[in-house]
Design a protein around this ligand. Structure first.
Ligand SMILES: [Fe+2]
Length: 127
């Protein structure tokens, strides 16, 4: 899953972090064994929390009117991600797990960036 230009928000800090996120998701998809998968999953989980919190700080500073709802999207994602992690620890790296990563981790991320992060970027750049 390569980064594509269409995902760019135009805010350098956010774009850099998004690129890093995608790199880590790629590493997760490529993880060949159980230990590596768990390690990459944990690494990604930490990075998501850091990135979301940076984005939320920017939104608070910019007095973004949709900051609260945006935070809720982030919080829900973190919950979903933790559920996936739990599922992995219980069941291992199954086909269902790969499908869940595809749909819930990658699909959500792309949609979230394209819709909600871009909406914030438009607000931020027009301030
Ligand atoms: Fe976001």
């Amino acid at each position: 899953m390569l980064w594509s230009k269409s995902l760019e928000t135009g805010i350098a800090k956010i774009d850099e972090q998004h690129k890093e996120l995608f790199k880590r998701v790629d590493a997760l998809m490529d993880a060949g064994n159980k230990d590596r998968f768990k390690e990459t999953l944990d690494f990604l989980g930490d990075y998501i929390v850091t990135h979301f919190s940076d984005e939320q700080k920017m939104q608070a500073e910019a007095k973004y009117p949709k900051a609260a709802i945006h935070k809720r999207y982030h919080d829900n994602y973190v919950i979903e991600f933790r559920k996936l992690r739990e599922q992995f620890l219980k069941e291992g790296h199954t086909l269902a797990m790969s499908q869940a990563v595809n749909k819930n981790v990658i699909g959500w991320l792309k949609d979230h960036i394209l819709i909600h992060d871009k909406e914030f970027a438009t607000f931020y750049k027009n301030k």
